[in-house]
Design a protein around this ligand. Structure first.
Ligand code: SDX
Length: 429
């Protein structure tokens, strides 16, 4: 019995195949099935990729049973407490936290790329006033390759990193423009004298008519939220970026595909769905009714903000966000939805259905309450998730595209359609 491979025997032929076991730094080892179809005639079958590792990565590690999340080996709790978001961006992009000199240089680089081409403003005029900001983000980010094609040789490491700087710097400007468009106010230009999140808040809330006073509580809360959302291994939107980019498509198109995937309510769209759910529940007296709906297999309703494909214990990010929530609400006044959310969490976590299925609050459960306290409309909640996650997406794109022997992603299938049949003439049909 080898601990370096697993042997399979085909029951119909008695033929055997050895599948190598590959161990990583942490976590479950993998079975290399690369030869399985060619030598053994089988595909593996794993809808939703529950047990499938799509790649090797050095960026993020998470352990669902331990509730562990690390970026490049650093625990999320320490990063959230000791670093700001741009330091975490430097870590995720380069593999190392910046020293004091590198931190100043990186922040200056990002600040130099925050403006967007003036012609892009016309794109926003083309959207209806009530267009969902995620639709605007998907469209405008996808169009960036039309403006920034000077550094699009994806095989050139310098071009790749330059594109990363541009995306990290411009995403808040595009997000703020989408918000301003949706409220019919003039765009506010980025400023180089503000922090990354201070700049975003200024572009969203400043008006030509009056000075905007930045609130350090909001600035800090957003900065930690972006750190908590920065990356998360091979989640649906990151896997979308990798697959889209694997064809050699330009990185702006790949990131736009990731934004589109994040929008779904089962993924990043959940933070918006949580607030809508809390508004629909309305009062603690209705919680039991909605818990029953969430458990009813005939009812499509799910408890938004609960459950996770990987975390079968607690989501470490939810724990940190819950604390930030309390801090923010000390300044912005208590939001009855916070009490409702905490009561909902309490009741759900006592219910056998949720306990048996290990359905705990995830990153999206509390973040919406903070965004609401900061005055954001629910339509902007997933946009905030996209801002934080952009660095993770572009880091995974860079890792994928620079992989030696990088190939286009092309999964197979189990065909269950009609067997071969002949086309009848029109008269015969
Ligand atoms: C994010 O992948 C990532 O890392 C994502 C993310 C990131 O940072 O990128 O962490 C961000 O997307 C967080 C998740 C946000 N989504 C939501 O909060 C939406 C509500 N959650 C569910 O849709 C669900 O829990 C998922 C999509 C998150 C996970 O779904 P899975 O892993 O496919 O689990 P499943 O559907 O197989 O559910 C297992 C069981 C089922 O019941 P049984 O068939 O076993 O009886 O649990 C039930 C499900 O019906 N279940 C729920 C539930 N989530 C799962 N029942 C009620 N409410 C829920 N929320």
């Amino acid at each position: 019995m080898s601990d370096t491979s697993i042997t399979l025997t085909d029951p119909s032929t008695g033929k055997q195949i050895e599948l190598p076991i590959i161990h990583g730094t942490e976590g479950a080892p993998v079975l290399d099935i690369g030869k399985l179809h060619k030598e053994f005639g089988y595909f593996t079958y794993d809808p939703g990729f529950v047990s499938t590792a799509s790649c090797q990565s050095t960026i993020t590690y998470l352990d669902g049973s331990e509730g562990t999340l690390m970026y490049r080996g650093y625990p999320i709790e320490q990063l959230a407490e000791r670093c700001n978001y741009l330091e975490v961006c430097h870590l995720i992009l380069t593999g190392e936290l910046p020293n004091a000199e590198q931190k100043v240089a990186f922040e200056r680089t990002i600040r130099n790329h925050t403006m967007i081409n003036e012609n892009l403003k016309a794109f926003f005029d083309g959207f209806r006033y009530d267009a969902h900001p995620m639709a605007m983000m998907t469209g405008v980010v996808g169009s960036l390759s039309a403006f920034y094609h000077d550094k699009l040789d994806i095989r050139d490491p310098e071009h790749r990193m330059h594109t990363a700087y541009r995306l990290i710097a411009k995403i808040p400007t595009i997000a703020a423009a989408a918000y301003k468009h949706s409220i019919g106010e003039p765009f506010i230009y980025p400023r180089s004298d503000l922090s990354y999140t201070g700049n975003l808040l200024h572009m969203m809330y400043a008006r030509p008519t009056q000075e905007y006073r930045l609130d350090p509580v909001a600035e800090k809360a957003l900065d930690v939220l972006f750190t908590l959302h920065a990356d998360h291994e091979q989640n649906a939107s990151t896997s979308t970026v990798r697959l889209a980019g694997s064809s050699g498509a330009n990185p702006y198109a790949a990131i736009a595909a990731g934004i589109a995937s994040l929008w779904g309510p089962a993924h990043g769209g959940a933070n918006e769905a949580v607030l809508r759910m809390l508004d629909e529940i309305g009062d603690v007296s209705n919680i039991d009714k909605y818990i029953a709906k969430a458990k009813d297999k005939e009812d499509p309703f799910r408890l938004m903000g609960f459950g996770h494909r990987v975390y079968r214990n607690f989501d470490p990010r939810a724990q940190i966000i819950k604390e930030i929530c309390h801090e923010v609400l000390k300044t912005y006044g208590n939001d009855p939805r916070m009490e409702l959310a905490m009561r909902l969490e309490e009741i759900a976590l006592e219910d056998a259905y949720f306990v048996e299925r290990k359905l705990y609050p995830n990153v999206d459960f509390y973040s919406g309450i903070i965004y609401a306290a900061l005055g954001l409309p629910v339509e902007m909640f997933t946009v905030m998730f996209a801002i934080g996650r952009t660095v993770g997406w572009i880091a995974h794109w860079m890792e994928m595209i620079s992989e030696p022997g990088q190939k286009i992603g092309r999964p197979r299938q189990l065909y269950t359609g009609p067997a071969r049949r002949d086309v009848l003439t029109l008269e015969q049909r």
